[in-house]
Design a binder for this molecule. Structure first.
Ligand code: PRX
Length: 637
């Protein structure tokens, strides 16, 4: 990995080069990948439309970079180690050679089912190796994957399928998560009642849950593989893709409307995830790397599949949950496979911390060399526990700040190479030019300052558009500040110039590291027949980071407890269990300005229990509403 930065001087040098001459910098890094045809221009861009092109004119296939190019030297290196939900079930290892064979085989299955370059494929699978195979098989033939996290509801799947007009769905009969069985196929069946574009559903056997198969539409994964086997030639040459061809769509929530399909393209995403994986974690050949995320989120796309595989790493994926069969499961896995690098989320750390040290103390964690954190700010207590109990004080911690839209890490310590401070994402990676902006659109220079975090210059892994709605992409990310990508996060820059992310500055919540749009949850709650209006805010939650607090105006004469349960069910049905409010407070009115806008600031303060700092309430239509809300909130304190 010739582009690995080895010490702080090299970091400073790389950073300077990346700013002084970004094209040369990224061109040299891209030379470390396999191209069928080299690019004409490293970068063309403007942030006004926006129009961003990296490595334009280049031809490649990302799967050749993730698979074929490793075969000659490292074909027998494990690419994927899979740990099942139930520790008594056998684990699986797929070497690079085996993974390539399986990807080619399944790519042929897709072709047999009429999937062509540019077609969209929805993948709704549990965390099994076939999920990686399905993702890479799409990329092999140039189909665009849209992976939907297994916790999302039928309605959410239908919305995503319809938005991207997916032609095919890949799912399984069910999925194991702890003691639960998720009925994935039956959820897909419900979703497809609303989807016209889907022609075929490929169903993998995992749980042997009884399901119905619809004639002409549904086929079994295993049967399709057999067909390919009898067809003779198992190979599937990689489709030649343009650098800027779409690789995948991944939906993410924002402050308004339905989730949007973030579009990542082929070459820039590949270069950026490979570069950041190798650098942030300082991966060394032969090491076992364990990212605990689900492939349904960007972390799984970039740092279970594409980043590690493009670097020939061994990527461990885990089907289950951190608390099954007990709260020592992650550490059992570290011990069992001698994991060298673990990458997890603060919410998992906090929840495991709460179970006590007895689940850690008897495990051999001596193989660990680097720890990673992602998804939300990590509080100091969790950072210290991670550092002392898991890393035994000897493993650097990379607190990686980035977003679905970014493709890969933007601000993070490089493990053991650049400095670290608990709670800080620290310094930008080479190629990343962060800045802080004030309310009036001016850049805040200097240190020991806070502002809205923006990025001034493109990096190869950034989103290119939002599927089917470029204007929404422009509005959301490029319209707030001229010629800047706006992250939606607030940030503090310390006297030393270190960055600390302080959380979202928009109406987006971060619940257990998952992004949840308040408008989305409100719309779901408002679907309930007894609900007149609702407002959602976040509040500090000891494990989830943020909890969801719902203020609901309901019809008269409701049975409060029953309606609460009904509302929770409605949210689960329309979005998924991850969006369920932790607290539902019924109110008779919401605090509104004279123009009818809900004053969320006040609701947030009440939810946080910060009653002494409610601020000015004199502009409200009816200031007495606030007193009633405060009174009602006492029930939940
Ligand atoms: O608020 C930031 C927070 O998560 C948001 C991005 O969410 P998502 O697109 O779902 O991606 C999560 C995984 C990359 C950001 O806007 N966030 C993510 N990582 C951190 C973070 N906040 C603080 N520190 C982090 N390390």
């Amino acid at each position: 990995m010739s582009f690995q930065i080895k010490n702080f001087e090299e970091y400073q040098d790389a950073y300077k080069r990346s700013v002084d001459n970004p094209e040369q910098f990224w061109g040299e890094i891209a030379d470390n990948f396999f191209w069928k045809r080299k690019w004409n221009n490293v970068l063309n861009w403007n942030f006004t439309e926006p129009n961003i092109k990296w490595f334009d004119g280049g031809k490649l296939n990302i799967t050749e970079n993730c698979l074929d190019r490793h075969i000659y030297k490292n074909g027998d290196t494990p690419a994927i180690i899979w740990e099942p939900n139930d520790p008594s079930e056998a684990h699986r290892i797929l070497t690079y050679k085996q993974l390539l064979a399986k990807v080619e085989q399944f790519a042929n299955v897709l072709k047999n089912n009429n999937v062509k370059k540019g077609d969209r494929v929805c993948i709704y699978l549990p965390m099994v190796p076939e999920l990686v195979i399905a993702v890479l098989a799409c990329a092999r033939i140039g189909a665009i994957h849209s992976v939907v996290f297994g916790g999302f509801s039928a309605q959410s799947i239908a919305d995503r399928i319809n938005d991207a007009e997916c032609k095919l769905v890949i799912t399984s009969d069910g999925g194991f998560r702890g003691t639960k069985v998720l009925e994935l196929k039956s959820i897909v069946d419900d979703a497809l009642m609303q989807c016209q574009s889907v022609e075929k559903v490929i169903v993998l056997t995992r749980t042997r849950t009884p399901i119905s198969m619809i004639k002409g539409r549904d086929v079994w994964w295993e049967d399709e593989i057999k067909k390919v086997e009898t067809q003779g030639n198992p190979a599937c040459p990689a489709e030649e893709m343009d650098s800027e061809d779409t690789l995948f769509i991944l939906y993410t929530s924002g402050s308004t409307g339905k989730p949007k399909g973030v579009v990542h393209t082929t070459a820039g995403y590949m270069v950026y995830t490979g570069y950041t994986f190798a650098n942030t974690f300082q991966y060394k050949p032969g090491e076992v790397y364990f990212c605990t995320a689900d492939i349904g989120w960007i972390t799984g796309h970039s740092y279970i599949v594409y980043g590690p595989l493009s670097q020939g790493a061994t990527s461990l994926m885990f089907e289950g949950i951190p608390t099954f069969p007990d709260a020592g499961r992650y550490w059992d896995i570290v011990d069992k496979y001698k994991v060298n690098i673990i990458y997890t989320a603060p919410t998992a750390i906090r929840s495991l911390m709460a179970f006590g040290d007895s689940y850690v103390d008897n495990k051999d964690l001596s193989s660990l060399r680097v720890l990673g954190s992602v998804g939300e700010p990590i509080n100091e207590e969790a950072w210290n526990w991670y550092n002392e109990k898991i890393g035994k004080g000897k493993c650097p911690i990379a607190d990686t700040w980035w977003q679905t839209e970014n493709g890969g890490h933007l601000i993070t310590p490089i493990a053991g190479v650049t400095p670290q401070v608990p709670g800080y994402a620290m310094l930008p990676l080479p190629g990343v030019q962060p800045c802080l902006m004030d309310e009036n659109g001016n850049e805040i220079e200097g240190n020991d300052v806070s502002g809205n975090l923006c990025i001034k210059f493109p990096w190869p892994g950034m989103l290119r558009t939002t599927w089917g709605d470029h204007e929404r992409c422009r509005q959301t990310y490029f319209a707030t500040y001229k010629d800047m990508y706006f992250t939606g996060d607030g940030c503090y820059r310390s006297p030393e110039g270190y960055y600390r992310i302080t959380g979202r500055v928009d109406d987006v919540l971060n619940v257990s590291g998952h992004r949840i749009g308040t408008a989305e949850v409100e719309n779901a709650i408002n679907m309930h027949a007894d609900v007149v209006e609702s407002a959602i805010v976040g509040y500090p939650h000891p494990v989830k980071g943020q909890g969801i607090y719902a203020y609901v105006i309901a019809n008269h004469h409701i049975d409060a407890e029953k309606t609460r349960q009904d509302i929770l069910q409605t949210v689960t049905r329309l979005i998924g269990a991850i969006a369920k409010p932790d607290i539902i407070q019924f109110v008779t009115d919401l605090p509104k300005t004279r123009s009818g806008k809900i004053m969320r600031r006040i609701l947030r303060k009440v939810a946080e229990g910060e009653l002494s700092s409610l601020g000015d309430t004199s502009t409200l239509q009816d200031p007495t509403v606030v007193e009633a809300i405060i009174e009602g909130s006492k029930e939940f304190k």
